[in-house]
Structure formats: structure tokens, C-alpha cells
Design a binder for this molecule. Structure first.
Ligand code: PLP
Length: 405
């Protein structure tokens, strides 16, 4: 039998769910739907039901599902060379690094395979640079409500008790302060501090934007004290906010930047970018990854970035429209506490837990998500149009009014 056919045999929903329970570790609370294909802003389940995707695989499918230009180029690379490791030079990896340098204004890249790994790379790089230059004792200050990943070090950088519980001992050298509070940050800096790591827009924490003055203030403090500033743009980067990187709205630049999620258009790739001087702290053998920046992932990322570049003006325009429509709902329903966001990274905070709304929206054919218990999170593909937004907002309106009744 054809191997592909073998994989897609016995694909009724119940069998898939039963086998998932039997053969997979129980780490995810999945919604009861088996998705099999996607095109643009839509995905389809195994029964043929279509869903309008407003979560994009948690901020990954920024160019939509199965973008024809991505498929065309990735197919060519699949037929040419998939992987050889970093024992050798490969062309797409170098071209991708150059493109990221041009787009970010940072000089050098290290490639890995996920957001957590990109952050591990950033933490290691900061500490090694700190040792070399005599900056602090390797301590990194991170933010309350921040999220940096599930590996041990990134978990230690993520001050959420529920995530950390049971995994102790966690690596040391992290300290947490409230987000958007410059005074508390200043108080916490000591002779041990090597770096400050934050998301310019906190994603998992509930879509909280850094204040303009705050972020400028953090940059100034880092400059004055010679401390490294690390931005985690794993979720808010790659066009999500209407600029290629969220920090570009703030007219400042980090010393180290981490990317993943949307970077590869769905093919896993992470990147740690840094200024030349900082990047030089890594030397041959000091860090590495077997897969990192392989030809397949690098071509995928290069193509994705090119497509996103063209979409940036659209994101700004359509993001404003989306915000206006959600604000209409905010005025209508007293249980909506706040709608906040930038571009197409939007959160709607409710006065109650949002899990049930997510399920009702799923039944109506919309994929959204709830984070930080009460915040409905919307991360649609950047190709989303007004008609899709109208359709989603109308469906939400229906769910909310049913709820009020
Ligand atoms: C800001 C941020 N950093 C890091 C991560 C971890 O990325 P990954 O799940 O690819 O390891 C995430 C994932 O949600 C994230 O939102």
C-alpha cells in the first residue's frame, strides 16, 4: 500500500482521538476536532467542516495555510537537498541570515528549531558575553506574565508556578519583576545582572503591550549599565504587529532578538540574532544544533519573510479595522473588560474564563483561543480580509448575546 494512504487510512474522528489517548503523552488539552487540510485563512476537519482560522497554529501560519509561493519553493528544495548538518556550508542558511540582518539591523544569526531553543541560545549567548566582558554574574531579569518556553532554562525564565511545578530543580540565575514597571526593574538590577529579557508584547500572558516610555527606559538602563537587552519576539515578530518586528514600533533595538513560530511558515525553525560584538561570544563548538537552519527550513523561512514583507501595509490597515470592530463589541457587552493589541495580535479580556467561548466558536466554525484564563486571543493569518473579520465578529456577537440571555 502507498505509505501516504497508510497514514490517512482509518481517519474517523473517534479512532484518531482514541489512538491519541493511547499513544501520545498527555500534555495537551486539545479541542475535539481533527484537522486535515488548510488553504489561506481556512482549515478543514476530517468530516469536511470548514473553519475560519483566527489563531494560525498559535501565531505560526502568518502567511496563511499552504501559501502557493511557499509550497512552490519548498517543493523545489525538498527535491534538491533537505538536510546535511552544520558540518558543511549550505546556501539557504547564509542567504536567510543575511536577509534577517537586513530586516532587523542586527548583525548575526544562530539557527535552531523552536522558540524555546532560540531563547536558550539567547540566554547562553548573554551569559557567555557577560563572562567575557565582566558584566554581572549571568543573572537574567525576566517579566511577570512573560513566557519563554518549556525547556528547563526557558521555564526558569518563565515565572508561572503552574508551568514550573514538579520540574524542580530548575536552573538558577533568573529574577522576575513586574512588566511595565521601570522603578521595580531598576531596584532589581544588581552587580549580578547580565541581561534583561522580555516580550515587547506579551502573548501567552494575555496580550499586554510594553508602554512606549517603559521600553525606551529599559533600553536606556541597559545602555547605562552595560546590560544586554534581549527581546523575545517568538510570538509578536514576523509581521504580526504590522512591522516585521514589534520593537520597530518603538524605535529602539535589542542586543539580542529571538524568533521562531511564524519564521518558517510552518516548517520548524528558530533564530537567535545579535549585534556583532555580542555574537562574537559564541565560538566554534560553544553552541550548536543538528537541524538548525537546514536547507529546507531556511528556504521556507526566506520565502516566508519575503511574503510577509509585502503584507506589512495590509496588516496595519486590517489590524485597525479588526480593533474597531472588537471595540464595538466592548461597548456592547459589559463583561468585556478590555480589547488590546497591535496589528493582528489582539486580546479581548473577559470578566470570566473564556474556555467555553472558544468551544462555542469552534462549533460555529471559528478557531480562536483563550490564554491567561480570561483573554480571548486572536492571531489570524496576516492575509485576513474584512469579510473574514466581519464574519468572526458577527459570530462572537451571537455567542455573547446567547450568553447574556
Ligand atoms: C514569546 C514566546 N517565547 C517562546 C515560546 C516558545 O516557543 P516554542 O513553543 O516554539 O518552543 C513561545 C510559545 O508560545 C512564545 O510565545
Amino acid at each position: 500500500m502507498d505509505i501516504f494512504q497508510e497514514i490517512y487510512r482509518d481517519i474517523d474522528e473517534d479512532t484518531v482521538m482514541e489512538e491519541e489517548r493511547r499513544y501520545l503523552m498527555n500534555t495537551y488539552r486539545r479541542l475535539p476536532v481533527v484537522l486535515v487540510r488548510g488553504r489561506g485563512v481556512y482549515v478543514e476537519d476530517v468530516k469536511g467542516k470548514k473553519y475560519l482560522d483566527f489563531i494560525s497554529g498559535i501565531g505560526v501560519n502568518n502567511i496563511g495555510h499552504c501559501h502557493p509561493r511557499l509550497i512552490e519553493n519548498v517543493k523545489k528544495q525538498l527535491e534538491t537537498l533537505i538536510h546535511v548538518s552544520n558540518l558543511y556550508y549550505t546556501i539557504p542558511q547564509v542567504k536567510l541570515a543575511k536577509k534577517l540582518a537586513d530586516l532587523s539591523g542586527l548583525d548575526k544569526a544562530f539557527f535552531s528549531n523552536s522558540g524555546a531553543e532560540a531563547n536558550e541560545g539567547a540566554i547562553k549567548l548573554a551569559r557567555r558575553y557577560g563572562k567575557k566582558m565582566g558584566i554581572g554574574e549571568g543573572e537574567i531579569i525576566t517579566m511577570e506574565r512573560g513566557f519563554h518556553g518549556r525547556t528547563l532554562a526557558t521555564l526558569a525564565a518563565t515565572p508561572k508556578v503552574e508551568y514550573q511545578e514538579g520540574f524542580e530543580p530548575l536552573p538558577g540565575g533568573f529574577k522576575y519583576v513586574p512588566f511595565n514597571d521601570l522603578d521595580k526593574l531598576m531596584e532589581s538590577i544588581s552587580s549580578k545582572t547580565t541581561g534583561i529579557m522580555l516580550e515587547p508584547i506579551q502573548g501567552e500572558g494575555g496580550i499586554h503591550l510594553a508602554d512606549r516610555e517603559y521600553l525606551k527606559g529599559v533600553r536606556d538602563i541597559c545602555d547605562e549599565r552595560g546590560i544586554l537587552l534581549i527581546f523575545d519576539e517568538v510570538q509578536c515578530g514576523i509581521g504580526r504587529t504590522g512591522r516585521m518586528f514589534a520593537y520597530q514600533h518603538y524605535h529602539i533595538k535589542p542586543d539580542i532578538l529571538t524568533l521562531a513560530k511564524a519564521l518558517g511558515g510552518g516548517i520548524p525553525i528558530g533564530a537567535t540574532l545579535a549585534k556583532e560584538e555580542v555574537a562574537e561570544a559564541f565560538t566554534p563548538g560553544s553552541h550548536g544544533s543538528t537541524f538548525g537552519g537546514n536547507p529546507l527550513a531556511s528556504v521556507s523561512a526566506y520565502v516566508t519573510l519575503s511574503i510577509v514583507e509585502d503584507l506589512l501595509p495590509h496588516v496595519e490597515e486590517i489590524g485597525n479595522y479588526f480593533m474597531r470592530r472588537l471595540k464595538d463589541l466592548e461597548r456592547k457587552y459589559s463583561f468585556i473588560r478590555e480589547v488590546r493589541g497591535m496589528g493582528l495580535m489582539v486580546g479581548m479580556e473577559l470578566s470570566f474564563q473564556g474556555g467555553d467561548i472558544v468551544k462555542r466558536m469552534l462549533e460555529k466554525g471559528y478557531l480562536i483561543n483563550c490564554t491567561a484564563e480570561r483573554v480571548l486571543r486572536f492571531l489570524p493569518p496576516l492575509i485576513v480580509e474584512r469579510e473574514h473579520i466581519d464574519s468572526l465578529v458577527d459570530a462572537l456577537d451571537e455567542v455573547f448575546s446567547e450568553l447574556e440571555r
